[in-house]
Design a protein around this ligand. Structure first.
Ligand SMILES: *Cc1c(COP(=O)(O)O)cnc(C)c1O
Length: 494
């Protein structure tokens, strides 16, 4: 028998110890937040340098006091990370993480509910369900549908894809698989669609060739005539169209497909309408949002990433579905060891067992940071931050347009693309364009490792352009005003 006097287990911590260490950590984090504008965005260190920093020893045999570790490791992380919380970080679609989200993650981990099953997480599951309804309400999507939190946009889109696969196959695809039907299930998405769809087509067994890449117009939006043409052609060639993916904010340029028209084409052809709003869907909350974007309300399923334009610390994404039953239809199995009747049968408002609504079984409390940040700033605060980001992106477009050595290229939502064109370089000829592409590629690498301002890139009609995506509540008009100068000065050094 284990003696109680021996029972101080090494990972356990007294309340007193936790309090002292925790307060100190919070102080350090507060100092880190305050220091962000003065820090380099990235130390620009190579993998070798970072590995050497950690050392290459094996696992330590003995322990180290927790306070000492957190002192050491907070400095390690603050000094050797890329700071997407810096006001001039405008790369990819990686937002600053809201401080309330950091506190929420700590609280969620402390309570540690398992949101796979309702009775393992009663209040946490209800908070998740409310978060899903609030997000739907905020963007004008039906609130009486369903959905759930997942890790990221890839997974959120994947859930929509799988729900579509189940809903639109008229045989028992979950039991019989794809072999039961010779006509190939075929998906339609524009050439600007994020690469999640290749992974979804691959993992779902359809194969990547089941994706029909629909051509785009001069504004990087899906060409609707081409979509119609592909559907008809595939039908006559013995394929079985099942889903059209519209993008609400493309990853390269923020382009929004003509969602109302795509919805109509889906309706006419009995196809599932999925919207990838991983980045752009929150902008539908703005009263002034264009009708093309607001029509995401018509989607059968929708992916949205709170860890992008709702500024939640990673990871937080969600899938919304118009018909709540379509997720359990696609994912539920009911093993005996879950005793699923324990609460549900006697209650006229049964609880949700989220493991039936997606791929995960054990699920963490991702919803808390989303729910708390929505309560912290309210709908108005969310809308204002998104509106400010869009205004900053437009300001950047204007500044680039006015600058003699910058060419403004595209502006959608909060993404602006542009390129550096030094005065001595002509444009237009193939050779000049190649030189400009190479120059801008080198410029982006210098900016990304320089640590002063961070942008990423896009390729538009063969043009290599720099791309600023503003999903950052710390970015100010002064930060944007400083950007053209930093870019041109860096470009002149090449
Ligand atoms: C970011 C993004 C994704 C992928 O989301 P992750 O959270 O990175 O998995 C998918 N689609 C679009 C349009 C995106 O912007």
């Amino acid at each position: 028998m284990i003696s109680y006097r021996m029972a101080k287990r090494p990972l356990n911590m007294s309340g007193e110890e936790f309090r002292a260490i925790g307060h100190e950590l919070v102080d350090r984090i507060a100092g880190f937040y305050d220091s962000l504008p003065e820090r380099r965005i990235t130390p620009g260190e190579s993998p070798r340098i970072v590995r050497d920093l950690l050392g290459r020893n094996g696992i330590p045999a003995g322990g180290t006091p927790a306070g000492e570790l957190l002192d050491e490791v907070s400095e390690l992380l603050f000094d050797h990370s890329l700071h997407n919380g810096h006001p001039k970080f405008l790369g990819y679609i990686t937002s600053s993480g809201a401080p309330i989200g950091a506190l929420a993650d700590l609280l969620a981990a402390a309570v540690n509910p398992n949101l796979g099953k309702w009775d393992l997480s009663p209040v946490a599951t209800e908070i998740e369900a409310q978060t899903i309804r609030w997000i739907a309400e905020m963007i004008g999507y039906p609130v009486d549908g369903g959905g759930g939190m997942v890790s990221g946009g890839n997974m959120a889109n994947f859930l929509g894809f799988m729900a579509a696969r189940k809903a639109r196959a008229d045989w028992d695809i979950r039991t019989d698989g794809l072999y039961a039907e010779p006509r190939r299930l075929t998906a339609y998405a524009s050439q600007e669609t994020h690469t999640w769809i290749q992974k979804a087509a691959d993992i779902s067994g359809l194969g990547v060739d089941a994706v029909r890449w629909v051509e785009t117009d001069h504004l990087q939006r899906m060409n609707l005539d081409a979509l119609q043409g592909h559907i008809e052609e595939d039908r006559s060639n013995g394929c079985r169209p099942f889903i059209v993916v519209g993008t609400a904010g493309s990853v390269s340029t923020g382009a929004v497909d003509a969602l109302p028209e795509i919805a109509a084409i889906c309706e006419q052809n009995n196809l599932w309408f999925h919207v990838d709003g991983a980045y752009g869907a929150p902008a539908a909350a703005l009263p002034e949002a264009p009708a093309a974007l607001k029509a995401l309300a018509l989607a059968d399923s929708l992916a949205l990433d709170p860890h992008k334009w709702m500024y939640c610390p990673k990871e937080a994404a969600c899938t919304l579905v118009k018909n709540a039953q379509t997720l359990p239809d696609a994912f539920s199995f009911s093993p005996v060891y879950y005793n699923l009747d324990s609460h549900d049968s006697s209650d006229d408002e049964p609880g949700i067992n989220y493991f039936e609504h997606g791929m995960q079984n054990t699920r963490g409390f991702r919803a808390l940071k989303v729910w708390l940040s929505l309560r912290h700033v309210g709908r108005n605060g969310q809308v204002q931050m998104i509106r400010d980001d869009i205004a900053l992106a437009k300001q950047l477009f204007r500044l680039c347009d006015e600058h003699p050595e910058l060419e403004a290229c595209t502006q959608n939502l909060s993404i602006t693309t542009f390129r550096y064109v030094p005065e001595h370089l002509a444009t237009g000829t193939e050779q000049a364009e190649q030189a400009l592409n190479e120059l801008n590629r080198q410029l982006m690498i210098r900016l990304q490792t320089g640590g002063e301002a961070y942008v990423s890139n896009a390729v538009i009609d063969g043009k290599y352009v720099l791309r600023a995506c503003i999903v950052n509540f710390r970015t100010s008009a002064e930060d944007i005003e400083a950007l053209p100068g930093i870019i041109v000065r860096t470009g002149q050094l090449i």
